[in-house]
Design a protein around this ligand. Sequence first.
Ligand code: SAM
Length: 285
Amino acid sequence: MKSSLWIEEIYDGFCGVKFKVEETLFSGKSEFQTVDVVETKGHGKMLLNDGLIMVTERDEFVYHDMISHVPLFVHPNPKSVLIIGGGDGGTAREVLKHQSLERIVQVEIDAMVVDACKAHIPQTACAYENPRMELIIGDGVKFVKETKEKFDIIMVDSTDPIGPAAPLFGPEFYSNIYNILSDDGIVVSQGESPFLMADVQKSMLKVLHDQFEVVKIYNFNNLTYPGGLWSFTFASKGLHPIRDFKPERVDGSKIEFQYYNKELHTGCFAIPSFQRNNLEGLLKD
Ligand code: SAM
């Protein structure tokens, strides 16, 4: 159906972003959230959960490069990755570029997100066609509590801390994550906006600081999320994102990136002073 709609994502009633919609491709309501896929005028296809923008074809590469390649190039020999959330498939698509990985498991709570993306956003959902991927439809909170498996890298590709994603920001979840990480394991998580969600960043880093040996935060710039500047948290049992990074591994990988590169890897951990002040005492080297 053709439309003259605009989509607005307003943050806290005082600022936001707005996109022209050409056509609604899918609208559904699962037991967890509403799921919409729209064709926009300038950003290609866009996935929204509960009316909040998850990915757009135009700039999804930024987020997906940065959640995946940063930890994958810090860990010297990653063999297994667990993705929590990430139903659009973009994170898995990037992870799959690392041929040395032997096991890639994704736990997404909402089959409707996966199915809508398979039907309408193959740019990200192409990952699900790869036989190296194991997709489990289930609650990531329950999975990390119950699994007996260990993973080298865990990527928490979640929505904001509301609904089923709220526990993904809490101490119990991260204590279970710690237990299922291998001895040199790394966890990275969607870390929200330093401008608009400074309090969430602070509470996330407090949780990580209490449990992990190394705790950092790194930034990226994107076109879609309110505020533009956005973050991922990085926590590990010992590996340091800069000291243990070997740039020559990036060159050797022959992976073609759209956002990530070896210079940016180091640069993205240099955070602005206002963010550093907010997180004072919570980063750990
Ligand atoms: N890049 C996106 C962002 O930051 O806006 C996140 C994309 S991805 C679509 C987020 C996914 O997390 C959603 O599909 C949602 O269903 C999933 N999710 C939320 N809570 C979850 C949970 N407890 N276990 C597994 N997946 C969860």
